[in-house]
Design a protein around this ligand. Sequence first.
Ligand SMILES: [Zn+2]
Length: 266
Amino acid sequence: MKSIPALLLSALILSGCATHQSPTGRGQTLLFSSQEINQMGDASFEQIKKQEKMSKDSKLVTYVDCVANRVTQVLPDKSLKWDVVVFESEQVNAFALPGGHIGVYTGLLKVAENEDQLATVIGHEVAHVLAHHSNEQVSRVQMTGLGMQLADAALGAGGVSNKDLYMAALGLGTQVGFILPYGREQENEADIMGVELMARAGFDPSQSMLLWQNMAKVGGEQGPELLSTHPSHGHRIDDLSQMQAQVMPLYLASKNKVKNRCQIAK
Ligand SMILES: [Zn+2]
């Protein structure tokens, strides 16, 4: 690991030092402009749409759209248009990408039992983007040469493209075969911000605890972003229960303004 300081230095010189503060006041190093990171998100999403099977079940798509749109409508930046795609896959997973892209796997819909539970996951994923976690992760790859180590570990002698690396850094480990997990602090931040987002969008934040209980029951082979790299369920449910008093008023203030409940049409 001797080479890291030199790499770090050159990365900082090349892109200009960019120390930011995360929404919860953590220091963040962001080496990429939002334009650059959005382009990476756009390109990764195009790639996934080619690799994965998109659902043609219009009732499911309408339902997921409904939940995702309500969440993204409460975001501060109204200029970004988010697109939402449902992928036909048993994976219990979802992701959000910079540039305004949301992917939900049909496997998740068996675990997220209602609109509030689905909004828990979408809120969490969108919060990762909002808090620049994607930028932070890609910057980490850039600074530490972590990609080389990961590639060696995951793929043996076979190479891995930069594109794959960035996809892994953006939380898309399943698509490229190796995981670059978010840190515990990032997960915690995404939980805090996500539950607030869902409450503002008129989704019942108390359902967030049930969602993670359901996740815990699924066990076994889960999507990497949602489970294996995430904090223990017990810990996360405790944290979420402590947040209820804070977010419940937001929910009570917004729930009567919601015109469209989201349901899978019969
Ligand atoms: Zn996460």
